[in-house]
Design a protein around this ligand. Structure first.
Ligand SMILES: [Zn+2]
Length: 441
């Protein structure tokens, strides 16, 4: 069975704790090799419910034997955090409370079976999207211009949040051995609709449309963060924070003063599609430009801090970041433009070893987003897009993604995701990857 693994380039797929408990770690890894040819798995340190249920049958895993549906807990860790690493922060992360996962340490359980097969392990976690910790520590959540706290996220400029992130990184590199660590949901959380920021649909015309896409400029002005820690960090970096605050408030309030019936009629005619309003705003309003740059500098400084910890304490561990689309929306409806969220492909590429590119669902969007991201990255780090094998993908779509990414020069394939995808889609990925492997000289 092991000789079926792709060996000429990295091929990975997620291994969630509940995946491993279905038939056991050995059966899981043998399945990953048999059905995908994967040589790497990545496993989360913590997760949150909406992401698990977003794919696409709502957390159903079609080819599992026992655990056929699983809704992850919000923001609880799958290992037992050691309090030793969290002295310099009020944030004390907690272990999963699900009886199904009790006593099970996915990373520990994976280590020997992976090395026995010659496979690699990556770990990753959503840094600032953590509804559990946000509700436990509301003072650490981002604040928008109206004073609203985004209680599904954590502000990256809050010293307690930074202490928590450092603690997690140091805790896992001290406790386990793995090849790389991934930073997921790498941005300043904003409310994209719905009680947990997961977005919601309305049915304008042939919907679904994003509620906030009624005017994307308002989406931008609605986004955090204006907490005291962002204020002092911005001033320290030389930003005119008073001007930023004042101008964002004036412009955001302007939206509330408009006649909603007229805005709504225009939105139905597509008047707010595209990003023209945002281009005007950034050109004409230096405070808005400064504000967006401050957010990007914030996220880049987070990546740089983590990279410097790794350089000192675990130099062999690579760092990667998953970024949201450079333009337009992610296919997951709770994500929009990466730059609004504070992530810059151009800036982050100078710090990390690899970037996961976000995009829409169609092949055309994947191509277009990846070309933009590639130009911004400028060869300074690795990059890749996921091969989406989850429904509603079909085998042909899976094959075309592999072929397109190869044409674009991608050499590191992530097949998403093993237990959520139908087997025929996984086989399509495996066969396309094997054809690729055979054409490499
Ligand atoms: Zn803040």
């Amino acid at each position: 069975m092991h000789n079926k693994m792709i060996s000429r380039f990295p091929v990975s797929t997620p291994a969630y704790p509940w995946d491993l408990l279905d038939e056991g770690v050995d059966a899981f890894l043998d399945g990953v090799i048999e059905h995908i040819g994967a040589n790497t798995v990545f496993t989360p340190l913590c997760y949150y419910m909406e992401e698990g249920s977003a794919f696409w049958w709502g957390a159903v895993m079609p080819h599992n034997r026992k655990i056929r549906r699983y809704f992850p807990e919000d923001g609880l860790h799958y290992f037992t955090p050691d309090p030793e690493f969290f002295h310099d922060t009020c944030i004390k992360p907690d272990r999963s409370k699900d009886p199904l996962l009790e006593g099970f340490d996915a990373i520990e359980a994976l280590q020997k079976p992976l090395s026995a097969r010659g496979m690699k392990l990556s770990v990753w976690f959503p840094l600032f999207k953590n509804p559990y910790l946000a509700r436990k520590y509301p003072d650490c959540t981002p604040v928008d211009i109206f004073g609203g706290r985004q209680k599904h996220g954590l502000c990256p400029n809050n010293p307690n949040v930074r202490g928590y992130v450092r603690g997690i990184i140091r805790n896992v590199i001290a406790k386990y051995s793995f090849a790389s660590i991934g930073l997921d949901k790498f941005g300043i959380e904003y409310w994209a609709g719905g009680p947990q920021g997961e977005g919601w649909y309305n049915r304008l015309e042939n919907g679904p449309q994003w509620s906030q896409d009624v005017d994307p400029v308002f989406l931008l002005l609605n986004a955090p963060c204006f907490c005291e820690h962002c204020s002092s960090q911005a001033r320290q970096w030389g930003y005119d924070w008073d001007l930023i605050r004042q101008r964002v408030a004036e412009l955001a309030n302007g939206f509330l003063a408009r006649k909603p019936s007229i805005v709504f009629e225009l939105s139905k005619k597509g008047y707010f599609d595209g990003e023209e309003g945002i281009a005007r705003l950034i050109l004409e309003e230096p405070a808005i430009y400064q504000w967006l740059r401050f957010k990007m500098q914030t996220l880049t400084s987070v990546a740089a801090e983590i990279k410097s910890i790794l350089k000192q304490e675990a130099p062999a561990v690579k760092l990667s970041a998953g970024l949201d689309p450079p333009v337009r929306q992610n296919f997951q409806r709770f994500r929009h433009y990466g730059w609004l969220y504070g992530s810059s492909y151009r800036d982050v590429a100078g710090v990390v070893d690899g970037i996961g590119i976000g995009s829409g669902w169609s092949l055309e969007e994947k191509y277009y987003c990846a070309m933009l991201a590639k130009e911004a990255i400028g060869g300074r780090c690795d990059w890749g897009l996921d091969v989406h094998a989850v429904s509603p993908a079909d085998p042909d779509y899976v094959r075309k993604q592999v072929e397109l990414y190869n044409e674009m020069g991608m050499t590191n394939f992530v097949v998403f995701g093993y237990t959520w995808a139908p087997l025929e889609n996984l086989w399509a990925a495996r066969d396309a990857l094997r054809r690729l492997e055979n054409t490499i000289r």
